[in-house]
Design a protein around this ligand. Sequence first.
Ligand code: XMP
Length: 317
Amino acid sequence: RWTSFSIIEQAIAEVRSTVGDGRAICALSGGVDSTVAAALTAEAIGDRLTCVFVDTGLLRSGEAEQVEHLFRSQFDIELIVVDAADRFFDALAGVTDPEAKRKIIGELFIRIFEETAASKTNATHLVQGTLYPDIVESGSDGSATIKSHHNVGGLPDDVAFTIVEPLRRLFKDEVRRIGVELGIPESFVWRQPFPGPGIAVRVLGEVTAERVETVRRADRIVQDELDEAGLSRSLWQAFAVLAPGLRSVGVSGDARTYDAPVIVRAVESEDAMTADWARLPWEVLDRISRRIVNEVPGVNRVVYDVTSKPPGTIEWE
Ligand code: XMP
């Protein structure tokens, strides 16, 4: 206990000295990291923190509502919710390159924060839930860039805030421990990680509202079946990916189909630096597969990813 206590004290002291007399705005993503970063910052600077939750339209089903509920019911922190789905879909129209998608989403994100901060707060600092592995994988430590994580590499050079990253020396398990210590409910702290660019990196190629909805439906089935089987907590992440550019022939009733596949990915990991594909029980995979092809329009095939990291990454983009 003393370990997370001293980590918390240290992080709070650091936030206090970085922010000084300023005001901070926190980018809430709905994930554990930004939630813990916000809670820590609130401990440090109290009501000089405003949280902004941008609904990108790229979140999982029910996620925006859950985040709003948690922040309004659990914390006494000012929360501004911005519905920006249309702006994200417009910005992503016609874009297929994974790194381009990440950059666009990261930049639009920060621009929306800047607009919100300018019109609704007088923030000087931006709090982000960047973890140690995010920094390593974005090449900020001098190594090669594998993916630009949207809370690190995606930031434009002319960002108007001083960045505060109270979790940047921590791994996920430490962040979860701190979260519980700070009074965040267990159910929230144990949510699986979710990438900043959201479902956009789980639609291979161009992102459209319709494709995102397809992933959302398939993802809901994956989550429900894994919960039902009691497997969710033992997995680092499990999710659905749509490959709309890859169509295959199938049969539905008497009719021929020519539709996209959904890729199911489930991995076990300690810290996301390496990951092992999860040996899910056949029965669970079978239920997930049957339900997806039956319940999700436009999908006629389900494949399971049996690639570990390395050489695969956890996300497909
Ligand atoms: P990869 O795909 O690189 O992902 O093996 C490692 C872990 O990071 C998550 N991820 C992100 N997290 N912003 C984040 O905060 C991002 O841009 C981002 N991209 C990937 C991914 O879900 C996995 O847990």
